[in-house]
Design a protein around this ligand. Structure first.
Ligand code: FAD
Ligand code: SIN
Length: 529
């Protein structure tokens, strides 16, 4: 491993919607280095299908978007954060359009669709079901116009460098180099943690790195028990857990059990467009009742050309698995999709560590509460990515890293990294972890299942404490850490709120209006955002 040192003004870790938007905001103020651990296009942003929610249609208003978001969050949204997102969202979307993002239109007017728990059509989409790819394209192209932004792809951030509760950089693996990057401010935008579960819509990069890295650095982490499970992913042996967008239900697709019976009327008056947690649990209940591993999503009553035009990516992908969605019902089951909790931030993306910001799925701004309203996360990434970037500029005149001190620190970091080793089967542990989390900390949890998961995790705490110099093992360490925080928080919340459902505590429970918090060296505790 060749050690080296680099210094930039701003380090942005992550190249999805949040990281790119933050980088663009910073570009006029200093040098910006954006790190991605894979190809730039390999992010949840790149796979986002349904769209981006924004109150821009004639029938909509910002205050209605606010109300829908608060309602979906089931009493735990941070109201001022929601207000910021819905009020500033339209401006950021229009700006994105001015940078070249193309959303689908009906004639010259933007076309809006509806998804679960929205009371208005307010979801913009691109190329039918490839919204994230288009947003990515526009942001990557915009970022390329700034000579101050540089990018290292396939550069894996191992840890943050924090001195006296001030973040001054990060250690990064890139090829056979171990780089110590010093920066005046660091923005974490590493996305979610879906890979912690064996069934997930998330891409392979979503291993909870940012949450684990921030936790190890001493940052406050909140609301980790709130995992959103998406109701409809393709169930086909051999096929990946491919998402079947909620927008399909928005356009009229219905759910049926394996006996061909439509069932959502037994669970909620909003039927297939009830909130995600309700639909997911209804599906689980039908799967149990019918002793089946899936239910069906049925679009066969919709016009075939419309379906192909509106959902081209889904249509083509399902055909690869011999399912023609215009002619046959699609077998579907739920999968882990989104984490509402994460690194706690204020409205400017500031974390509890000075100079460390977080934005996008890795952050917990409080916008989503206990259950995210569909298509609000791309908007959150855009709005809070930009806000974090704006605020980080304040660090331009702080924290000048002098050469001698930097060299001493580099040596310290390198020595520590090369000193440790661990012996275990990383791939087997990864696979077992994902099974344990799905089976014991999944859609329906209880004390017994959570305690069993915790016991399993505690037996692997030596991995969480070791240091690694390769991506797979470092990811495993981060996945175990994120899993530990999710399980610990889920054990603390003895009640059911939003996406967190406990079969042994079906009511909201004590302290339900408070937020769970985690800090290094402490068990999960009740805190506030
Ligand atoms: P991401 O887009 O996931 O980007 C994370 C970045 O961090 C990547 O560049 C990655 O390489 C980098 N990274 C991670 N760890 C490291 C590390 N250790 N070192 C260096 N770099 C690192 N939301 C909506 O609002 N609308 C939708 O229609 C929608 N559809 C979705 C469909 C799917 C299949 C999925 C999985 C999610 C969907 N979501 C949707 C959720 C939404 O896409 C994500 O929440 C959002 O894109 C997250 O953006 P982000 O910038 O925070 O992270
Ligand atoms: C979907 O298209 O169903 C995903 C939307 C989201 O997660 O917000």
């Amino acid at each position: 491993m060749k050690p080296s040192v680099e210094t930039v003004d701003f380090l942005v870790i992550g190249g999805g919607v949040a990281g790119l938007r933050a980088a663009i905001e910073l570009a006029a103020n200093g040098s910006v280095l954006v790190l991605t651990k894979d190809k730039i296009t390999e992010s949840s942003t790149g796979y986002a299908q349904g769209g981006i929610a924004v109150a821009l249609s004639d029938e909509d208003e910002v205050c209605i978007h606010y109300d829908d978001t608060i309602k979906a969050g089931d009493g735990l949204c941070k109201e001022d954060a929601v207000r910021v997102m819905v009020e500033e969202g339209p401006g950021y979307i229009l700006e994105l359009i001015s940078w070249g993002a193309e959303f689908d239109r009906e004639g010259s007017k933007l076309s809006f669709t509806i998804e679960a728990a929205h009371t208005r059509k307010r979801i913009l989409h691109s190329n039918g079901d490839s919204t994230g790819k288009e947003i990515d394209r526009a942001l990557i192209n915009k970022a390329r116009t700034f000579s101050s932004i540089s990018r290292y792809d396939f550069a894996f951030t191992l840890d943050l460098i924090v001195e006296d509760n001030r973040c001054i950089g990060a250690t990064v693996l890139r090829g056979d180099s171990l780089i110590t990057v010093f920066a005046r401010a660091v923005i974490l935008a590493t996305g979610g943690a879906g890979q912690v579960f064996s069934k997930t819509t998330n891409p392979l990069i979503s291993t909870g790195d940012g949450i684990a890295i921030a936790y190890r650095a001493g940052a406050l982490i909140t609301d980790m028990e709130f995992i959103q499970f998406h109701p409809t992913t393709l169930y086909s042996p051999g096929a990946p857990q491919f998402l079947l967008s909620e927008a399909m239900r928005g356009e009229g697709a219905v759910l049926k059990n394996i006996n061909g019976k439509r069932f959502m009327s037994e669970y909620h008056e909003m039927l297939e467009l009830a909130s995600r947690d309700t639909v997911t649990r209804a599906i689980v209940s039908e799967m149990v009742k019918t002793e089946s591993k899936h239910v069906f999503l049925d679009l066969t009553h919709l016009d075939k050309d419309f379906v192909k035009r509106r959902f081209p990516r889904i249509y083509t992908t399902c055909l690869q698995y011999d399912i023609d969605i215009t002619e046959e019902m699609i077998p579907v089951c739920p999968a882990a999709h989104y984490i509402m909790g994460g690194v706690s931030t204020n409205l400017d993306g500031e974390t509890s560590i000075k100079g460390l910001f977080a934005a996008g799925e890795v952050a917990c701004t409080g916008v989503h509460g206990a259950n995210r309203l569909a298509s609000n996360s791309l908007l959150e990434g855009l709005v809070f990515g930009a806000r974090a970037g704006k605020k980080a500029v304040c660090y331009l005149n702080e924290g000048n890293v002098d050469g001698t001190a930097a060299e001493a620190r580099r040596k310290q970091v390198t020595d520590r990294k090369t000193a440790s080793s661990a012996r275990f089967d990383a791939e087997k542990t990864r696979s077992s972890l994902r099974q344990v989390m799905w089976n014991k900390v999944g859609i329906i949890r209880c004390e017994k299942s959570l305690a069993a998961a915790m016991k399993w995790l505690n037996r692997r705490d030596f991995i969480m404490e070791a240091s690694f110099l390769n991506r797979r093992e470092a990811e495993l360490k981060n996945m175990l850490t994120a899993a530990h925080l999710i399980t610990d928080s889920a054990l603390l919340r003895k009640g059911s709120v939003g996406a967190h459902y406990r079969s042994d505590y079906k009511q909201r429970g004590e302290n339900w209006e408070r937020h769970t918090a985690c800090k290094k060296g402490k068990a999960a505790y009740w805190g506030d955002l």
